[in-house]
Design a protein around this ligand. Structure first.
Ligand SMILES: Cc1ncc(COP(=O)(O)O)c(C=O)c1O
Length: 341
């Protein structure tokens, strides 16, 4: 009886996810990284060439799994805030020739992490989808934060997904679950993905406890993403007023805020240490603590992070209220005053 219930919870989540995305089937996996790897493996054969945006999460932050495990050769194209130009894709295509690996897949990322949550619009995806079809390639979307994109443009998420063959999205991150991502596509693709998940050790028995919050997320956590976007905007606008901080407001499109610190304020690492000293903390640091004066600017447990030596990344999410933003801006303002002497 218990195991039947467990199966039902996972099945229910997968069916809900497939329906929301307008695809035939879905598969619960442990993480965004596992979702991407399973999808890469299920869309290609070892030795294939895969076109990726140069700043993509798959290329930067997934330990090269696409090469070491999936056996793929990444071919990087730099996009404009993550948006690939179909002409660049066309130029990257190789003729059928004994010297070249076969190109089979294009990957896009929406919203784009390293471009600060930038959105790729449905029309821009459509254009990439058309060129993919022209060359007989599949189009996959790392849609870890695709609901943020849909919320920001006030469109249905299917407006994005209808142009791709398959995709993944994360239940964690903005949708607030403790764990989990979902791969979505055709029945055939998901059958293959299920095998590949098993190869990667992601076949889970007691997965109902992971699926249950996923169901809550799909029912209740999507609409509230607007609040995160408003808070990110308020944070960005506040930061823009502070001396020594640089920020491009037009690039703050969803829930991620990237800003630069002037040399006078030190490196981004030093500045983040100052934030930490002043209790601008990660959620993970809050758990198990009490009564701190806190502003929590983090995405499910990650502190405001140095984005590189000059820039800092902050993410708004459930649990960050407008008053936390105000408090954080006050703290940053006083740190800047102190550092400026
Ligand atoms: C765009 C994107 N894809 C994939 C991932 C990987 O997700 P996870 O950390 O759950 O493995 C992330 C994580 O931040 C991401 O931003």
């Amino acid at each position: 009886m218990m195991s039947l219930k467990k199966t039902l919870t996972v099945n229910q989540l997968e069916m809900m996810a497939a329906k929301k995305m307008g695809k035939e089937a879905a598969l619960l996996v442990t993480s965004g990284t596992q979702a991407n790897l399973v999808s890469l493996m299920s869309n290609t054969k070892r030795g294939n060439l895969v076109i990726l945006e140069a700043e993509s999460h798959i290329y930067w932050y997934e330990v090269g799994g696409l090469s070491t495990i999936a056996g793929l050769l990444p071919w990087l194209i730099r996009g404009n805030l993550g948006v690939l130009d179909p002409k660049d894709i066309e130029a990257a295509m190789k003729p059928k020739d004994i010297h070249f690996p076969e190109t089979t897949l294009i990957c896009i990322e929406n919203t784009h992490n390293r471009y600060g949550g930038a959105i790729i619009s449905p029309d821009q995806i459509k254009a990439v989808g058309e060129i993919a079809k022209t060359f007989g390639l599949k189009l996959y979307m790392d849609g870890a934060r695709i609901f943020n994109a849909a919320m920001a443009l006030k469109v249905d998420v299917k407006d994005f997904t209808k142009h791709v063959d398959n995709l993944m999205f994360c239940l964690s991150k903005g949708l607030s679950c403790p764990i989990g991502s979902i791969v979505v596509g055709t029945d055939e693709f998901i059958e293959e993905a299920r095998k590949n998940r098993k190869i990667l050790g992601g076949g889970m028995r007691q997965a109902g406890v992971i699926a249950a919050p996923g169901i809550v997320a799909l029912e209740k956590m999507i609409d509230r993403l607007d609040e995160d976007h408003k808070n990110a905007k308020a944070l960005a606008e506040g930061l823009a007023q502070i001396d020594g901080i640089t920020i491009d407001l037009k690039n703050v499109q969803t829930n991620i805020v990237h800003f630069g610190v002037s040399e006078l304020l030190g490196t981004s690492d030093q500045f983040v240490s100052k934030l930490r000293e002043n209790r601008v903390l990660a959620l993970s640091e809050l758990l198990g603590t009490s009564n701190h004066l806190v502003s929590k600017l983090t995405e499910n447990g990650r502190l405001a992070l140095p984005r590189d030596t000059k820039r800092i990344r902050m993410v708004t999410h459930r649990g960050i209220e407008k008053e936390d933003i105000d408090k954080t801006l006050n703290i940053i303002e006083s740190i800047v005053k102190e550092l400026h002497g």
